[in-house]
Write a protein that binds this ligand. Structure first.
Ligand code: SF4
Length: 449
């Protein structure tokens, strides 16, 4: 019988958005390539990596709290590395402020984290890789029947509130062949839903001289990988000015691409959007959403909004509430404005007082919550039949959990398959019989795959 492994073990803790989750997965793969193996927990690891988020103040605080907590809980001699957006953005200050960390590593070093903390109990073999190299690293073994797939890094826009381009750089799209190869490896490894992510997904391809190449990429994924087991492709983060044909037509035509439109609208008031250096207006957004719904009544819409951007007035806030009432989005998130270092919005006048911002946030929730619940209740009333991709188990009941095209993983609700013990990755046709907040309850009818 083999004795216990003497290989060093790692733990990667991920904060922030799905794009960070992809980076963590690749960091894990690079550590495996360096001879490490995954630990059962952070406390059991020889190397603890915290992949941080720097999006807004609350995310930075959570990242630092996590570094402090895992730094305190690690076993004797274990190394702690801080990486991700916070490390890239505030590397020197962070290294000075966090003596708990053995290394603070920006994006350029993520592909070779083990070499950043030498000497440790393992021998690094890699030299540091750049951001693109990290993107092109192989994935760790998929753990769920769905996976994020990053198609580009960085962003070419300059939205007034956003610091991402200042530390992630301008857009760098991956080559379609590399994306399809990675997608194929994921599908072969058991993934049936791919969630395509990028800072500005519909902008994919411009920097490699191929504007508008998201639609052809979707066609390739569908044509080449549906026969190998790919069932769903979901797109996250579409800048609204890019949501038109042929992208919409392609999304609605391809069987694998779900009609789920994650639009980053941010506000409704045209003047405020202009101040944000964003495209659009409430009227344009409603027109776009209704245009898609007319072609696909089952289309699902999600968006996020910033509340309390400098210069927001009562009439502008009312325009946002009006947009919510009219657009009837399935899902929406509201975020308080926070002035970020290195953004043009940080220097704008017209600061909205905190109390008023909180009041406006509450009003947005009060308008949106019944709309989200109403969309779920409508499925119950109709006794809708849905296709559920099983990707979890309810810890309390043992019932299978899954998602239809209407729910993106980790963001939206889930579907409880009452009394069902289905295999992870299976697809079950089910009838919706109830709603539990954002979640649905459904009775299985048949296993489709
Ligand atoms: S589109 Fe705007 S908000 Fe999104 S990453 Fe780019 S600059 Fe930031």
């Amino acid at each position: 019988m083999a004795g216990p492994s003497t290989r060093a073990r790692y733990w990667v803790e991920t904060l922030g958005c799905p794009k960070n989750a992809v980076d963590s997965d690749k960091v894990a793969a690079s550590l495996v390539a360096d001879g490490l193996e995954p630990a059962e927990s952070a406390g059991d690891a020889d190397l603890v990596v915290v992949n941080t988020c720097a999006f807004v103040e609350a995310a930075r605080r959570e990242s630092i709290d996590t570094v402090l907590a895992l730094g305190g809980a690690r076993k004797d001699g274990a190394k702690l590395v801080v990486t991700g957006c916070l490390a890239e953005r505030y590397g020197d200050e962070l290294a000075a402020a966090l003596p708990e960390a053995d290394a603070v590593v920006g994006f350029a070093g993520e592909g070779a984290l083990s070499s950043q903390v030498a000497p440790v109990t393992f021998r690094p073999r890699r030299r540091p890789a750049g951001v693109r190299d990290l993107l092109e690293l192989p994935r760790a073994t998929p753990r769920a029947p769905w996976a994020y797939l990053k198609v580009a890094e960085g962003c070419d826009r300059s939205c007034a509130f956003c610091a991402i381009p200042s530390f992630r750089g301008t857009q760098r799209s991956r080559r379609p062949d590399a994306i399809v190869d990675e997608a194929r490896a994921l599908v072969t490894g058991g993934v049936s839903e791919l969630v395509l992510v990028a800072q500005d997904l519909a902008w994919y391809g411009r920097d490699i001289g191929e504007p508008g190449s998201l639609a052809p990429l979707l066609c390739r994924l569908d044509g080449e990988l549906a026969p190998e087991g790919l069932r769903r492709v979901r797109l996250l983060y579409l800048y609204p000015s890019e949501v038109h044909d042929p992208l919409v037509a392609t999304m609605l035509e391809l069987d694998t691409v779900v009609p789920y439109f994650d639009l980053s609208l941010q506000h409704a008031d045209r003047a405020l959007l202009k101040r944000m250096k964003r495209w659009g207006s409430g009227e344009r957004f409603v027109e776009m959403i209704e245009g898609v719904r007319a072609r696909e009544p089952d289309a699902t819409f999600r968006s996020s909004f910033i509340v309390g951007f400098p210069g927001e007035t009562e009439p502008a806030h009312d325009a946002l509430l009006q947009l919510l009432e009219t657009a009837r989005l399935d899902w929406a998130g509201f975020f308080p404005f926070s002035p970020e270092d290195g953004t043009s919005a940080a220097a704008l006048d017209g600061t909205v007082p905190d109390a008023l911002m909180r009041e406006w946030l509450r009003e947005c929730d009060e308008v949106q919550d019944p709309i989200t619940r109403g969309a779920r209740d409508a499925l119950v009333r109709a006794g809708a039949e849905v296709e559920v991709l099983v990707d979890g188990v309810d810890d309390d009941t043992g019932d299978a959990l899954g998602r239809t095209h209407r729910e993106a993983p980790e963001i939206d609700g889930v579907v409880h398959l009452e009394g069902a013990h289905a295999r992870l990755g299976s697809v079950v046709r089910a009838k919706v019989i109830g709603a539990l907040g954002p979640d649905l309850v459904a009775t299985p009818i048949e296993v489709l795959a």
